[in-house]
Ligand binder design. Structure first.
Ligand code: PEP
Ligand code: MN
Length: 236
């Protein structure tokens, strides 16, 4: 899964979608509703962002994954293929229960300071309402370490595979916060048996409205994906 942190314009999302598809991505990511630490930071293009994601889906055939922050916007997600629940909403239990009443696949990201057990309980909130289409995502947790944005808990991949049948995706972009660390952690995630990898890719990272420092360029993503595929071949 690859794409920009945020949808910024039609040109941007279509260009990135075409590039990541050419490199072998099988799903396009892009935030339309953005949970930002500061209320003064770019909050996303919202409904218009989803409309542009759907245009990129039409142009490339790539299914799309994008974050839902509040259930009041659910109608806008009718044609979205996978709904993301972000780290900050992992324990928004009312939201999880409402998504459990849908049949949409849900990408559930681990909270910044949540245990693996708590992640699994959040998945149960969705599944106990009848929606068993849950994908777990390890995206790094907060520790005392400051060299990286978060600390990627790769052991979570193996632990989750032992405790659950659910697929596990790793997000090395939010885990590290630094573009130069994304590829090595993606390779490690693939080697650990991750079922998917979600990577932020931008056509002009220096000008990105959100998370430019951790965004790969399309050529960098191309190299990453080629190597990830080779690692996966070793494991089968
Ligand atoms: C994201 O994937 O765009 C995002 C905001 O991630 P997280 O919820 O893991 O911080
Ligand atoms: Mn981001």
């Amino acid at each position: 899964m690859a794409g920009p942190c945020s949808v910024e314009s039609e040109e941007q999302i279509i260009e990135v979608a075409q590039a990541v598809k050419a490199s072998g991505a099988t799903m396009l990511r892009g935030g339309a509703f953005k949970p930002r630490t500061s209320p003064y930071a770019f909050q996303g293009m919202k409904g218009e962002g989803i409309r542009l994601l759907l245009k990129a889906k039409e142009a490339t055939g790539l299914p799309i994954v994008t974050e839902l922050m509040t259930i009041s916007t659910l109608d806008l997600f009718a044609d979205v293929d996978v709904i993301q629940v972000g780290a900050r909403n992992m324990q928004n239990f009312d939201l999880l229960k409402e998504l459990g009443k849908t049949r949409k696949p849900i990408l559930l990201k681990r909270g910044l300071a949540n245990t693996i057990q708590e992640l699994l309980m959040s998945a149960e909130y969705i599944m106990s309402e009848g929606n068993e289409n849950v994908i777990l995502c390890e995206r790094g947790i907060r520790t005392f370490e400051t060299a990286t944005r978060n600390t990627l808990d790769l052991s979570a991949v193996a632990v989750l595979h032992n405790l659950s049948h659910l697929p596990v995706v790793v997000d090395p972009s939010h885990a590290t916060g630094k573009a130069e660390l994304v590829a090595p952690m993606a390779y490690a995630a693939a080697a650990a048996g991750a079922d998917g990898i979600m990577v932020e890719v931008h056509n002009n990272p220096a000008c990105a409205l959100c998370d430019g420092a951790q965004s790969l360029t399309p050529p960098q993503f191309d190299e990453l994906n080629r190597k990830v595929q080779r690692i996966r071949e070793v494991l089968v």
